[in-house]
Design a protein around this ligand. Structure first.
Ligand code: ATP
Ligand code: MG
Length: 413
């Protein structure tokens, strides 16, 4: 037997059905907010991710699936591809603000564990072309709306502002100075990051690092008046909609292109992998990928983690539908007729099932019961001869006689 690759998932019909329900809901809510869907290739030139995500990030440094002599990479995230498509297709000429969403598979070579896979799916959204706080509020409220539409509780929105490049540069210099005094006490991972990406030390999960970071300088003190007022306006906007948040000055995103607003939604119902949604502003990215300077903000939500949260919350997924009618055939001639009638019913939009195993009438009846069919109709030589059949309502047991050629017009309830 050949098994699936480590860290991948099969979606058997019951799970695929749940995912379809989730996706339908996400699409409906995204369209209420006027976000339009965008689809991009499963792989891109590796250079896009190198430049668009940053060499020092976990993703680029160790999680990418690259092939053809590293020329191409399966997409590990969608923001860089969306921005690539935005620039390549001059979407700024279509409208000054683009509100886009996607539902797509991502690939990252990580150590698989609960809620962490090598192929996973994200629902994400991006607002490209507006630096106004209203764009942040629009996007964050999309994120909170779909989660609350699923009836989710125990969610925590953490928010921060990590400044523009200049503000961050000054902050990072001071942070580095502070951390250097503790460099022999930092975890080895953070010790490395001191030289590569000191900001990331702030979200280290290591106990000792957490202690050290407690008294580190705080990014907010380094923000200029523009970012301070932007941050204040975003918070006021969220408050005005009754969205509860928690300011977390240590919330920095793993990706280098993030500026200004960063946020994350976590659930207490998940274990270590408790972040379901993460996002932020990335005003530098469009320019970095060869476009004109264009402010933008986005988020991504992991659908497998969302499903885990929904299951932990005992979310009631709708049941898949049952056949309206099961046509039971007795004999070779009847079987041929059943094939035709089943097709006619289906063409009329009526959910119909038949036997494919040449089973006995009894076994077909059992199958109809197992599938919870609404009606059953037995067709055999007698029915073919008389041209009349009985349609049995499986709930009440009552039978209605109807002409064989008129089954498609039966009033199914
Ligand atoms: P983490 O800190 O958990 O590794 P991240 O910073 O790598 O997350 P992002 O790149 O911001 O995450 O992706 C956004 C969301 O995508 C996450 O909040 C999570 O729900 C989901 N996600 C990320 N990596 C995985 C994975 N390997 N398997 C399943 N879901 C994932
Ligand atoms: Mg990660």
């Amino acid at each position: 037997m050949i098994s699936k690759p480590k860290g991948t998932l099969d979606f058997l019909p019951a799970d695929a059905f749940k995912r379809l329900h989730i996706e339908d809901k996400l699409r409906r809510i995204a369209s209420l907010f006027n976000y339009k869907e965008i689809r991009t290739p499963a792989f891109e030139k590796t250079e896009l991710f190198r430049r668009g995500i940053g060499e020092e990030t976990d993703i680029v440094s160790k999680e990418m699936y690259s092939f053809n002599d590293n020329e191409f990479t399966l997409k590990p995230e969608m923001t860089a591809p969306v921005i690539r498509a935005y620039i390549e297709n001059s979407l700024y000429n279509v409208s000054p603000v683009q509100k886009l969403y996607y539902i797509s598979n991502m690939f990252r070579h990580e150590r698989p564990q609960a809620g962490r896979y090598r192929e996973f799916s994200q629902f994400g959204a991006e607002v490209i072309g507006s630096g106004d706080y209203a764009a942040d509020v629009d996007l964050i409220s999309l994120g909170t709306s779909f989660l609350s539409d699923f009836g989710l509780k125990n969610l925590k929105i953490k928010i921060n502002n990590i400044g523009n490049l200049d503000e961050r540069r000054t902050y990072i210099a001071d942070l580095k100075k502070y951390l250097e005094d503790y460099k022999n006490h930092l975890s080895s991972e953070s010790h490395k990051r001191l030289f590569t990406n000191p900001l990331r030390i702030l979200d280290s999960k290591d106990g000792k690092d957490i202690e050290i970071v407690k008294n580190a300088p705080v990014i907010f003190d380094y923000l200029g008046p523009d970012n301070k007022s932007h941050f204040g306006n975003v918070l006021k906007g969220l408050e005005s909609m009754g969205i509860q948040y928690e300011i977390d000055y240590k919330l920095v995103r793993g990706l280098d292109y993030y500026t200004s607003t960063t946020f994350e939604i976590a659930s207490d119902d998940l274990g270590a992998q408790n972040a379901v949604l993460g996002g932020g502003r990335y005003d530098m990215l469009v320019q970095q990928l060869g476009g004109k300077a264009t402010p933008a903000i986005g988020f991504a939500c992991g659908l497998e983690r969302l499903t885990l949260v929904l299951e932990a919350n005992k979310y009631e997924f709708p049941e898949p539908g049952n056949p309206k009618i099961y046509l039971v055939s007795a004999g070779e001639e009847a079987k041929k007729k059943v094939i035709v009638i089943a097709n006619e019913l289906r063409m009329k939009g009526i959910f119909c099932e038949t036997d494919l195993l040449n089973r006995s009438i009894k076994a077909q009846m059992k199958d109809a019961n197992r599938l919870n069919a609404g009606y059953v109709c037995v067709i055999g030589d007698d029915e073919l001869r008389s041209g009349a059949v009985k349609i049995k309502n499986m709930a009440g047991g009552d039978e209605t006689e109807i002409a064989l050629d008129n089954i498609v017009n039966f009033n199914f309830i």
